[in-house]
Ligand binder design. Structure first.
Ligand SMILES: Nc1ncnc2c1ncn2[C@@H]1O[C@H](COP(=O)(O)OP(=O)(O)OP(=O)(O)O)[C@@H](O)[C@H]1O
Length: 324
């Protein structure tokens, strides 16, 4: 049996867009591998458009990769028979950025939660399904549940709606959850509490979590040993524990991400402040060689010609940079 709940191996996802009469293809995810260890939280970070959502959706079988394979508990999800795939579907759940993408706006909270338990036959009758819903609502902070059961999503605040979306994903006690920018649309004051709810619930259920974000500070709620992969323009450029990334970021892109974290005393980080030139190009105009070569202050000739491969620099630290 594998020690990882999910292993995504050499994933390539190509999308095609129309430009006039031409159909142009580009790789939104370009030969990326990640493994989410059982019972742990794995962070996936990068700016908008770096391919995080696409990779997360591949691990949930919501997008079929152009190349590569995804193993769930050691089994290739695209080779599963109907029965096995159904089981995987229950066990792999999605918490999206916009709760309206996962919850039906025309259903009351009670039905959103009980229907899923009944559909997947986790509850034998309405009473059992309602007991499950109330239990989960208490845990995700929809207290007292009676106040929310008969409300429609539009009658809830953004934070409450996201809690319903979390409750819906957790009703099935999945082995694997992808939370995709789950607090981006919420006020700063609410973010910490919702991230903490997700963390506590994941621990309680014993599931594993892929937490996708562009805010590295949110990963601090999960602790210094959390594994984090950094993506840029469809490539995985660095992977390490959060502690390693914060204390010794090796890729210039990660260094720039960390430089952008506000600190009470900016002088404390003066020595490693790094600002990249220009803005991220469209994935249709990726530079040759290293994807960061046109913005990196340290770029050498080789960086513009050859793509750097991921190198291991410590048991948990990997980086794709010619400087290392
Ligand atoms: N169905 C699609 N067809 C064409 N292009 C797509 C499609 N889905 C995503 N893309 C493009 O693929 C690239 C990666 O998108 P993706 O949503 O995975 O990035 P992301 O890092 O999750 O960013 P965000 O946080 O903005 O969602 C982007 O350039 C995006 O515009």
């Amino acid at each position: 049996m594998s020690d990882n709940v999910i292993e995504a191996k050499n994933i390539v996802v190509k999308f095609y867009i129309r430009r006039g009469l031409r159909r142009i293809g580009f790789a939104a995810v370009d030969n990326v591998s990640i493994a989410v260890p059982k019972g742990s939280i794995f962070g996936l970070i990068g700016e908008s458009g770096s391919g995080k959502t696409t990779l997360g959706k591949v691990t949930l079988a919501l997008i079929k990769p152009t190349k590569g394979e995804v193993l769930f508990q050691g089994r290739n999800i695209f080779d599963m028979d109907k029965k096995e795939f159904k089981k995987y579907r229950v066990n792999a759940q999605y918490i999206p950025q916009d709760p309206y993408a996962s919850i039906n706006p025309y259903k009351r909270v009670r039905d959103i939660l009980t229907d899923i338990a009944k559909y997947h036959k986790l509850a034998l009758n309405n009473k059992e399904a309602l007991d499950m819903a109330i239990d989960i609502m208490n845990k995700v902070g929809l207290n007292p549940p009676e106040r929310y059961l008969d409300k429609y999503p539009f009658q809830l605040s953004g934070g409450e709606r996201q809690r319903v979306s979390i409750a819906r994903a957790l009703m099935l006690k999945p082995a694997y959850i992808v939370a995709d920018e789950p607090v981006t649309m919420l006020d700063a004051s609410l973010k910490a509490s919702i991230v903490k709810t997700i963390k506590d619930m994941v621990r309680e259920i014993g599931s594993s979590l892929l937490f996708i974000t562009h805010e590295i500070t949110l990963l601090q709620f999960f602790g210094p040993s959390t594994l984090v992969a950094v993506m840029y323009l469809g490539k995985l450029v660095e992977q390490a524990t959060l502690k390693e990334l914060l204390e010794e970021p090796l890729h210039p892109y990660t260094q720039a991400l960390i430089s952008a974290i506000p600190v009470p005393d900016p002088k404390a980080r003066e020595t490693r402040k790094l600002i990249l030139s220009g803005t991220t190009p469209s994935p249709l105009n990726k530079p040759q060689g290293c994807p960061l070569s046109n913005r990196c202050p340290f770029a050498m000739d080789i960086c513009r010609k050859e793509e750097p491969q991921l190198k291991q620099v410590s048991p948990t630290h990997f980086v794709a940079c010619h400087l290392r």
